[in-house]
Design a protein around this ligand. Structure first.
Ligand code: SAJ
Length: 442
């Protein structure tokens, strides 16, 4: 199938890279977003999100005339839906005394509805938003069929998950393997033809529900693996072991690859997607549910660790380093660091947060420092929450000159106990009850 004009609904972390990449590969692309701010920003040639390399591609796409933006769709050969699928804020599911989160599919529903008036025979529609299994068939197809066209025979319909890693999106979009699931084999082939415009990785055709499940299985597997690492960090502390050392040793086994514990799991994918299984089959998702609970309660474990380090939390000044959801990105969404800060504040600690990737961020209820010095100078403890490279590179002797405190808590294994002890600090490491007992000379 040949494509000249495509329409992409949702210009966020996935939609905008996808739209601009199609445009720089010669297609005529209309990017659609309901946010006036997003449309105005793009019209000025700027971008509203931070992703390495994105600005350059968007600028090239807009300058060439191949990418235009609007708040509503137009007729096109293909439509891609790349809108968010967050949680419902005020509703939860319940089974056997357990509560679980529910997907808010409003944005997908609205995007599909917005396509209906423009859908023509022979068009292709692709859903990319991460969604509960069967969404393409049970939710999207019936909406699109309000056009009086039948999915699979009058128009092609696919689910194709994005699998790109924030921070590496522009490269992974092109190089990663792409799974394209069609409601019919012909739909999958049409989807393949479209992605072949720029995808260099393998493109694999399957059915729509398999493609949906593949995406959820990937992120759920990662979540469960991080949960076991987090649980090991708790067990190691109980047994007087350094979990980081133990993981390194266990990973010498050729078939073992334990991930890294930390303050919890954040972002808009791994902490969200496993719930889509729990929501659609709670009676079959016990392991997935409990892994989510372990990761969601890890911030509480970190707070217990800080409390032990300080004796008590009331009125203690804590410098929290890092607010992003993972290292070396500026994305603060669903960040375990901010959860830790809120929990500390609930215990009456006074927290000042420093995020070098977003120094001017405004986070509800969180006091932001204006610089590293501002965060740590009169702190009672330094709490490291994100393994940003610049934090890992700290020289403890230099840090000692900027603060009076000699208590540091490292939740991400960035700092070496002997180096920090030498500079006079008591270093408390998550998952390590072995080295933290070493007290520095006072
Ligand atoms: N984390 C740990 N320990 C680890 C690894 C990660 O605590 O060993 C934490 C991170 O700090 C972060 C969270 O997990 O808070 C998630 O980070 P991540 O780097 O594992 O994943 P994301 O959310 O940035 O991107 C994931 C990717 N999926 C997989 O690796 C299976 C990406 O390929 C997906 O496209 C993306 O989700 C998505 O959009 O679904």
């Amino acid at each position: 199938m040949k494509f000249h004009k495509i329409c992409i609904l949702g210009l966020g972390y996935i939609g905008l890279p996808t739209a601009s990449t199609f445009a720089t590969h010669g297609l005529n692309v209309l990017g659609v977003d309901i946010s006036p701010h997003v449309i105005e920003t793009l019209k000025k040639g700027a971008i509203h999100i931070h992703e390495p390399g994105l600005q350059r591609v968007v600028q090239a796409a807009i300058t060439s005339g191949n990418l235009t933006v609007s708040h509503q769709p137009e007729e096109a050969d293909a439509f891609i839906i790349a809108v968010p699928t967050p949680f419902k804020e005020h509703e939860q599911g319940k089974l056997n005394g357990h509560t679980y989160k529910l997907a808010d599919m409003n944005a997908v529903t609205s995007a599909a509805e917005a396509i209906v008036p423009y859908l023509r025979k022979g068009n292709l529609v692709i859903l990319e938003s991460t969604s509960p299994p069967r969404t393409t068939i049970d939710l999207v197809a019936p909406i699109l069929e309000r056009s009086n066209l039948k999915a699979g025979s009058d128009f092609f319909l696919c689910y194709s998950p994005e699998r790109v890693l924030p921070g590496q999106i522009m490269r992974e979009l092109i190089e990663n393997a792409r799974v394209v699931g069609g409601v019919t084999p012909e739909s999958a082939t049409a989807g393949r033809d479209l992605y072949a415009t720029f995808v260099k990785g393998q493109i694999i055709e399957t059915d729509a529900t398999t493609a949906e499940m593949v995406k959820l299985m990937e992120n759920t597997t990662r979540d469960v693996n991080i949960a076991i690492a987090n649980e090991f960090s708790r067990l190691a502390e109980k047994f007087g072991v350094d979990v980081w050392e133990a993981i390194q040793l266990a990973n010498l086994h050729p078939r073992i690859n334990i991930l890294s514990p930390g303050p919890g799991v954040g972002g808009h994918c791994i902490s969200v997607d496993p719930w889509f299984f729990v929501e659609t089959a709670p009676e079959l998702s016990s392991l997935i549910y409990h892994a989510r609970v372990v990761n969601d309660t890890q911030p509480h474990f970190v707070v217990g660790k800080v409390k032990k380090a300080l004796g008590e939390l009331k009125n203690k000044k804590i410098a929290a380093l890092g607010l992003a959801y993972k290292p070396d990105v500026d994305d603060l969404r669903e960040s375990p660091a901010s959860e830790v800060i809120h929990l500390l504040q609930r215990e009456d600690a006074q927290v000042k947060a420093w995020e070098p990737f977003k120094p001017n961020a405004v986070m509800p209820g969180i006091q932001m420092a204006t610089s590293l010095e501002d965060a740590i100078q009169d702190a009672d403890a330094i709490l490291l929450l994100v393994k940003h490279t610049e934090f890992s590179n700290f020289q403890p002797e230099e840090i000692a000159k900027l603060t009076n405190t000699r208590i540091a808590v490292d939740t991400v294994n960035a700092w070496k106990a002997d180096e920090w002890n030498k500079a006079g600090f008591q270093l408390h490491r998550l998952g390590d009850n072995k080295s933290e007992i070493v007290n520095p000379k006072s």
